[in-house]
Design a protein. Structure first.
Length: 154
């Protein structure tokens, strides 16, 4: 069985989903038909429940997010590294480039996430990120790169 939620994709049996995360089990909204049988997924097959998927930020929203308040030196380093990168950059490499430890990096990214939410609302994805090799790999959508150029952040 395949389960899609936001940008994440899982494959496995319902039992494996339940063992991996009680939250994931709740998201699937499953009910067993009979003891030992495969549970039936309520709703559409492709979306076990109605979920609003995050969309990429638009150029106007990118400009608003980047100019609403002055950016911290740390997030400027992170954004600059992502702007100049030709391939997605690992969290580890971003931390090193910005001179941050793991807690500081999480704080910088969490603070920037709150900026995005307070500027344009939830369900907007400012970064493109992919989980692999036990960490996120980050990149910027073209709309954000253009906004950075227009605001002369690069």
């Amino acid at each position: 069985m395949r389960f899609d939620h936001y940008h994440y994709h899982w494959e496995g049996t319902p039992e494996e989903f339940a063992a991996a995360s009680p939250t994931l089990k709740e998201l699937m909204k499953t009910e067993p038909e009979a003891p030992g049988s495969e549970p039936e997924i309520k709703g559409e097959a492709a979306a076990p429940r109605a979920v609003t998927l995050p969309r990429d930020v638009t150029g106007e929203e990118g400009r608003q997010i980047l100019s609403r308040l002055e950016l911290s030196p740390d997030i400027k380093k992170v954004l600059g590294n992502l702007y100049h990168a030709t391939d997605p950059v690992s969290s580890e490499d971003l931390k090193k480039a910005a001179g941050l430890n793991a807690d500081q990096f999480r704080g910088v990214m969490g603070g920037f996430g709150r900026r995005v939410t307070h500027s344009v609302g939830k369900n907007v994805s400012f970064f493109e990120k992919e989980w692999r090799q036990d960490q996120y790999f980050w990149s910027l959508p073209d709309s954000v790169k253009r906004a950075m150029e227009e605001l002369k952040l690069i």
